[in-house]
Ligand binder design. Structure first.
Ligand code: DX5
Ligand code: ZN
Length: 221
């Protein structure tokens, strides 16, 4: 069954000159997860941050560090992100030839494992993996950049995955990432998502707006 709605601000939309303060501010404003987008300029056409930045941010928040790897290869970097303080690592199955092995490596490192599905990736990508997954991330934009528009076709994918997760009887987070705002968040929740990534919509208006933004994305206000 869906778990309580959790909000995961993507720090891609934060002020990078004040990243520690920004992480502290969204945590105080009610963020459940801190979503950290790692891009390598190879798997996706953008470069962002690596494990040293994750490590530097770790003392600034007790929230779950939700590390979204958009890198290829994945396996050589898992231990470094775990040591830096990641609580969940998600990766894209297209990033390597052996998704099952990657899931096992993340689990063996003692943290939660997630798989991220691009807009055109079918849900069958989770077949034979679901028993070991802790999170399924539905990309509602093509990965690489913040500030893109929500792709509505992903609502049907979220609904189908909600069914699969319920059938599994396991507590697997169903996370949606990309273009989440006050209009699209309720649609994603209605389709069955229970973790919402929000970069632009969280950080809009600066620190004094974060608590209100997060509450409105979560809904009920
Ligand atoms: C895109 C990233 C997203 C992105 C979301 O590749 O995975 O996490 O930062 O940004 P918004 O919420 O601005 O669409
Ligand atoms: Zn992301």
């Amino acid at each position: 069954m869906p778990q309580p709605i959790r909000i995961a601000p993507s720090i891609l939309a934060a002020d990078f000159a004040k990243l520690g303060e920004e992480v502290r501010a969204v945590t105080e404003a009610g963020a459940d997860y801190i979503h950290i987008d790692v891009m390598d300029g190879h798997f996706v056409p953008n470069l962002t941050i690596g494990p040293d930045v994750v490590k530097a941010l770790r003392p600034h928040s007790k929230a779950v560090f939700d590390v979204h790897l958009m890198i290829s290869p994945v396996d050589p970097y898992i231990d470094e992100f775990v040591a830096a303080g990641a609580n969940i690592i998600s990766f894209h199955p297209e990033a390597g030839a052996h998704a099952h092995r990657t899931v096992q490596m993340i689990k063996e490192a003692g943290i939660k494992a997630g798989i991220a599905l691009n807009p055109a990736t079918p849900i069958e990508a989770i077949d034979y993996l679901i028993d070991d997954l802790d999170l399924i991330l539905v990309m509602s934009v093509n990965p690489g950049f913040g500030g893109q528009s929500f792709i509505e076709s992903q609502l049907a994918k979220i609904a189908a995955l909600r069914q699969r997760i319920n059938d599994s009887g396991r507590d697997i987070d169903l996370e949606v990432d990309g273009g989440i705002n006050f209009d699209t968040a309720p649609k994603a929740i209605a389709a069955g998502a229970d973790v919402l990534v929000a970069g632009t919509a969280t950080f809009k208006g600066g620190p004094s707006a974060y608590a209100d933004n997060i509450a409105r994305i979560r809904g009920g206000t």
